[in-house]
Design a protein around this ligand. Sequence first.
Ligand code: DX5
Ligand code: ZN
Length: 221
Amino acid sequence: MQKLMIAPSILSADFARLGEEVNSVLEQGADVIHIDVMDGHFVPNITIGPLVVRALRKITTAVLDVHLMIEEPDAYIDDFAAAGADWITVHVETCRHLHRTIHRIKELGCKSGAVLNPATSLSTLDYILDDLDIVMLMSVNPGFGGQKFIPSTIAKTKGLKNMIETRELPTAIEIDGGVSPDTIGAIAAAGANIFVAGSAVFGRDDYGLAIAELKARASDL
Ligand code: DX5
Ligand code: ZN
């Protein structure tokens, strides 16, 4: 079984104290730092760019998981890799030449992942799955933190797990959106192993307790 990882999304952190917030979740059990990059075009919100990744790279050796919710990701992946991203995930909806983009990310020395919106079919992965380190399924429509988990993600996760097992691949399954103590058990049982959690971590007073509770519920299969 793949290692279970909790990836707090800094979208819900206090940006005025970002370094402290990141160190705090890492000291309290976080495994990965999830960084949501939004351009105001692919999604209706604008967040952060490579400068913030570079700033965080200086304060931690933890895995920086950069989720690109942007049009034309090819124009920016080199910048994010140079800034210190460890994982770069791109939406299949934004990539005209997904195979090229995925392989460019690998050439840059990063783990490479494809992301599917809630209404995007698993069949879009048929001819690229073998090349991916990570598949991330959106369990909300991307753009904002604090949204409600879309239940059809559970069946989709099971379908993806099945595809990965059939092909005997080591691909990780990451789920993003609405992950909470109430939803994480079913998501883990469906086969996911990396859990992005924004409001369920940074929205709580005690980050350590929040992360411990998520891990406990995810392992409680
Ligand atoms: C949504 C982002 C998510 C978001 C998750 O577009 O990709 O990573 O921060 O936030 P929660 O966990 O609050 O749903
Ligand atoms: Zn995200």
